[in-house]
Design a binder for this molecule. Sequence first.
Ligand code: C2E
Ligand code: CA
Ligand code: CA
Length: 253
Amino acid sequence: MQLELIAAVRNGEIFALYQPQVSSLTGELAGVECLVRWRHPERGVLNPAEFLPTVEDNEDIIQLLGETVLRQACRDAAAWPGLFIGMNISPVQFRLPDLADRIVAIAEEARFPLNRIELEILETSYFENPDHMREVLSGFRKLGVCIALDDFGTGYSSLAALLELPLDKLKIDAEFVHKFDDIRSASVIHAIVALARAIGLKVTAEGVETEQQRSFLRSSGCHFLQGYLFSKPVVADVITQMIAAGKVSPQLN
Ligand code: C2E
Ligand code: CA
Ligand code: CA
C-alpha cells in the first residue's frame, strides 16, 4: 500500500475535495475543510478510511499526502476571496522536525496567505509530546496560521490541552451533533460552547445533517457549521460556483 500510494501521488491520483463551513448566523460560506481522496485506477474514488489506516504510522507517506492536498488547496483557493482552508494534520506529522518549514514553503510557493490556513489537529498530538506541540503550534501561530482542535468531545476533552495550546477554534465532533435530541448530548454541546467562548475560541459543529440540528446549534452559540445539510465534500469548481452565486462571507479567524 505504501509503494502504491507513492505511485498514486506521482500519477496525480491523490486529490482534495472541499467541504463548506458556513456561518451559523447567515449560512454564508466562511471556509472549507480539505479532505483527501484517491482516484484508484481499478477501485474508483476511495475515502480516507479505505487507505489512511494502513499507512497512518508512516509519517513520510502521511506528510506526502498532506503536502499533495495542501499544494492543490493553495492553488484552488487562491481565487476564493478570504475563505480559510482547514487542513487535517495527523499526529505523526508532528514528529517531522521541519513540518512548519514544509507547510510554509508550499504556501509561499503558491503565494497563498498563511492567515487563511487553519490546521486541524487532534488532542492525541498534544498527549504524545505536550512541550513539542506547544512550541510547534506557537511557531505556526506567529506566522498567522490558525489552529483548530478537531473531534473535540470524543477523546480526553482535556482542559489542560485547551489552556496550554495556542488554539483559535474547537470543532465539536459529529457524534454529539447527531444525538442533540438526547438532553445529555445537548447539555454537553452547551457546555463545550460556553467553555470555548469563555476562553475566546470559535466553535464549529461538524456533521450537521438536519434543519433541527442547525437551529439548535445556532441558538447554542456555535459560530460555524459543517455537514451534509449544507454540502457534501465537493470538487473545487463547485466551491467556485457557490462563491459566484454570492454565498460567501469571508471571515478570517
Ligand atoms: P474529519 O477530520 O473528522 O473529517 C470529517 C469527516 O466527516 C469527513 O469524512 C466528511 O466527509 C464527513 N462528513 C462531513 N459532513 C458529514 C455529515 O453531515 N454526516 C456524516 N455522517 N459525515 C460527514 P472523510 O472525508 O471520509 O474523512 C475522514 C477522516 O479522514 C477525516 O475526519 C480526517 O480525520 C481524515 N482525513 C481526511 N483528509 C485528510 C488529510 O488530507 N490528511 C489527514 N492526515 N487526514 C485526513
Ligand atoms: Ca478534520
Ligand atoms: Ca472532525
